[in-house]
Design a protein. Structure first.
Length: 301
C-alpha cells in the first residue's frame, strides 16, 4: 500500500531527473560518450554500495540474462533521449519522451495480463495535451521527435520489466547488472557510432575536469540513488502512475534551467496552462482510478 512518503519520494526523483537535462547541457563531450561514462560509473558506484551494505550479487542465470537485456533497453532510452536533444532541441525530445505514460498504459496491462484501462489511456493523452501547450511542436526536427518517442517507449518498457523483476531480485542488484548491460551495449554501439555519426570518426573519451564532476553527479545521484529508489517504488505504485508523474520532469527541468542559467524571460501563458493540465492529470489519477476501475484488478497506489 502506497504512503504519502512514497509519493514524496517519487516527486523528489522526478526533480532529480529534471536536473539531468541541465547536466547533459553542462557536459561538453558528445551524448554517446557521456552515456558510456554515466553507465560505467553507475555500475561501479552501485557495486560499492552493495559491498558496503553487504548485499548480494547472486541472481539466477535466467534473471541475469533478463537484467543484461533490460540494461540494453536502458541504454537505448538514454541514447535516444540525449541524441534527440542534441540533433533537434530539448523541447522536441521532451515532447517525444512525454509519450512514456501513454506507452505504459498499454504495455503494463499486457505484461501483467490485465485489461487496458481507458482511464489511463485518457489521462496519458491529457498529459500529451499539456506538454503540447508548453512546448512549441517544431516539425523541422522529425528525426529528433522520432528519437524522443523511442525514448518514451523504451522508458516504459524497462519500467514494466523492472516492476516484475523487483518481486524476486533486490533493487540494488537490479541496478548493478542493468548498468553493466547498458554500458556493454554502448560499447557494442561504438563501431557503428564512429563509422557513421561521430565527428571525424573518432571517439571523444577525454572529458574535462568539469565534465567528470557533472558526470559523477549524473551517475551517482541521478542514476545510482534515483534508479534504485524508483525500482523499489514499483512495488507500491503502478508503472503507469510513475510514468505519468515523470511527465513533470520537463516542467522541473525548465524551472531549474531558469535558476541555473539565469534566464530572465517571463514564461507565457502556454507554460502555466500546460503545467496546470499536467498537474491536474497527476493529482486526479488516484481518485479517478479508484472511482472508475474498481471492477478490474490492477496494480496501483
Amino acid at each position: 500500500m502506497a504512503t504519502t512518503t512514497d509519493y514524496f519520494k517519487l516527486h523528489f526523483l522526478v526533480f532529480l531527473w529534471g536536473f539531468t537535462a541541465i547536466l547533459g547541457k553542462l557536459v561538453s563531450i558528445p551524448a554517446v560518450e557521456m552515456v558510456f561514462y554515466r553507465t560505467l560509473l553507475a555500475a561501479m558506484g552501485m557495486g560499492v554500495v552493495i559491498l558496503i551494505l553487504r548485499g548480494s550479487f547472486k541472481v539466477s542465470n535466467s534473471d541475469l540474462l533478463k537484467l543484461f537485456l533490460t540494461g540494453a533497453i536502458v541504454a537505448a532510452h538514454w541514447l535516444t533521449f540525449f541524441i534527440s536533444g542534441r540533433i533537434s532541441n530539448p523541447s522536441t525530445s521532451l515532447v517525444g519522451f512525454a509519450t512514456c505514460s501513454l506507452w505504459a498504459a498499454f504495455i503494463e496491462p499486457l505484461a501483467k495480463r490485465n485489461k487496458i484501462q481507458g482511464v489511463e489511456v485518457g489521462l496519458g493523452l491529457v498529459v500529451i495535451m499539456g506538454l503540447y501547450l508548453i512546448f512549441s511542436f517544431d516539425f523541422q526536427y522529425p528525426m529528433g521527435l522520432f528519437l524522443g518517442i523511442l525514448s518514451g517507449l523504451t522508458c516504459a518498457m524497462f519500467a514494466v520489466i523492472n516492476s516484475q523483476l523487483v518481486t524476486r531480485v533486490n533493487s540494488l542488484t537490479i541496478t548493478f547488472y542493468e548498468m553493466i548491460g547498458a554500458c556493454a551495449t554502448v560499447v557494442v554501439f561504438f563501431p557503428l557510432y564512429t563509422s557513421y555519426f561521430a565527428a571525424d570518426g573518432q571517439l571523444n573519451l577525454a572529458p574535462s575536469w568539469s565534465d567528470w564532476a557533472w558526470i559523477a553527479v549524473l551517475s551517482l545521484v541521478c542514476t545510482v540513488y534515483a534508479y534504485a529508489v524508483a525500482i523499489n517504488l514499483t512495488k507500491k505504485l503502478s508503472v503507469f502512475f510513475i510514468q505519468l508523474t515523470l511527465n513533470l520532469e520537463p516542467v522541473y527541468g525548465i524551472i531549474l534551467a531558469l535558476l541555473v542559467f539565469g534566464h530572465q524571460e517571463v514564461m507565457n501563458w502556454n507554460f502555466y496552462l500546460g503545467t496546470a493540465v499536467i498537474l491536474g492529470a497527476v493529482i486526479a489519477y488516484p481518485f479517478v482510478k479508484n472511482r472508475f476501475t474498481k471492477p478490474f484488478p490492477h496494480t496501483g497506489p
